[in-house]
Design a binder for this molecule. Structure first.
Ligand SMILES: Cc1cc2nc3c(=O)[nH]c(=O)nc-3n(C[C@H](O)[C@H](O)[C@H](O)COP(=O)(O)OP(=O)(O)OC[C@H]3O[C@@H](n4cnc5c(N)ncnc54)[C@H](O)[C@@H]3O)c2cc1C
Length: 286
């Protein structure tokens, strides 16, 4: 096999951008194919609906990102993200009571997901070695049972169909990936699939932090008690880059979740401790 020269990455989310960044060190050209227009700022987009809930970047991931893209963590922190040390900056109610707060070893970077994605994407694209084909819907793979030779896309503005040729295709199109289907249409044997359905659901609100609590205030985590044989309910209050607190309530299958604004606080009050509800009240930011 000859050395691959052209790479295509399917999906311009977090995994796709980092994969493209690494591939660009080895290939002559790398194109990211993405359905959305990737925003030039920390804004939500359709292809990343989970971004409205809390996301944290844990320390080992942060170290890897900083190795791949030196200076990223300083840039996130400089622009307002919080570095929350475990266990000195996190108040956690576990099944066995409040967790002790210890000197730092591991930590998390807390900020909104659009902010994180944008800073990482901006660093990667600024180098100018990767092109993004946006508003392009991936339809299937080109090639045959021996070799994937590219990807077929539909331009979402004109409807035009096109085959983008590549020596190497990386699928980073996320949880909705149709890779199994695409491979079977190349007449390859079925791909075995393991499905782990955690059955976890989320509801999120963003609150203004009270004056004086924007810096240094701990992140809060009230976990479910796994010993109680009923669906779990848990909640977190995590500081974000813009001085707000993101409150995410979660449950395992069967516990239900608030779907209306008016039900959010009463639901928070049903957690094992009232701290999340007390902090969520009443300074709604958006
Ligand atoms: C509520 C919630 C909270 C989470 N919290 C955390 C957390 O705290 N920390 C953490 O590390 N992870 C967390 N995760 C997981 C994290 O969100 C995902 O693992 C991560 O987003 C996966 O990134 P990705 O780039 O693989 O996929 P995605 O972010 O899903 O990106 C896939 C991209 O592919 C594009 N795409 C898909 N299909 C097509 C197509 N046919 N044509 C063109 N483009 C297409 C989409 O538009 C999208 O941009 C959480 C997830 C949820 C749901």
């Amino acid at each position: 096999m000859t050395e691959p020269k052209r790479g295509i990455v399917l999906g311009g989310g977090w995994a796709g951008m980092l994969a493209a960044h690494v591939l660009a060190r080895h290939l002559e050209s790398v194109t990211v194919v993405e359905r959305d227009v990737l925003p030039d700022g920390p804004r939500h987009r359709k292809g990343s609906p989970q971004a409205r809930h809390v996301h944290v970047l844990w320390s080992s991931g942060a170290r890897i990102v900083d190795e791949l893209l030196p200076g990223t963590i300083d840039r996130l922190l400089g622009a307002g993200a919080r570095r929350v040390g475990f266990h000195e900056d996190l108040v956690t109610l576990t099944s066995h009571g409040w967790q002790h707060r210890f000197p730092p070893r591991q930590y998390a970077i807390m900020c909104t997901r659009p902010f994180l994605d944008w800073i990482v994407r901006d660093q990667i694209l600024a180098a100018g070695r990767i092109s993004v084909r946006s508003r392009a819907e991936i339809l299937d793979l080109a090639g045959d049972g021996k070799r994937v030779a590219g990807v077929r896309v539909r331009d979402m503005d004109t409807g035009a169909l096109e085959t983008l040729e590549a020596d190497l295709v990386v699928d980073a199109s996320g949880r909705g990936s149709r890779l199994r289907h695409w491979l079977s249409s190349l007449e390859l044997p079925p791909v075995e699939e393991d499905i782990v359905d955690a059955g976890i659901a989320y509801a999120t609100r963003v609150f203004r932090a009270p004056p004086g609590a924007t810096a240094g205030f701990p992140a809060v985590n009230v976990a479910a008690d796994h010993r109680v044989r009923e669906p779990g309910r848990f909640g977190v209050v995590y500081p974000q880059e813009d001085g707000t607190w993101m409150v995410t309530l979660s449950c395992t299958r069967g516990a239900g979740l608030p779907t209306h604004d008016d039900d959010f606080l009463p639901y928070a009050q049903t957690l094992r401790h009232p701290l999340v509800a007390d902090l969520s009240h009443p300074r709604r930011a958006r």
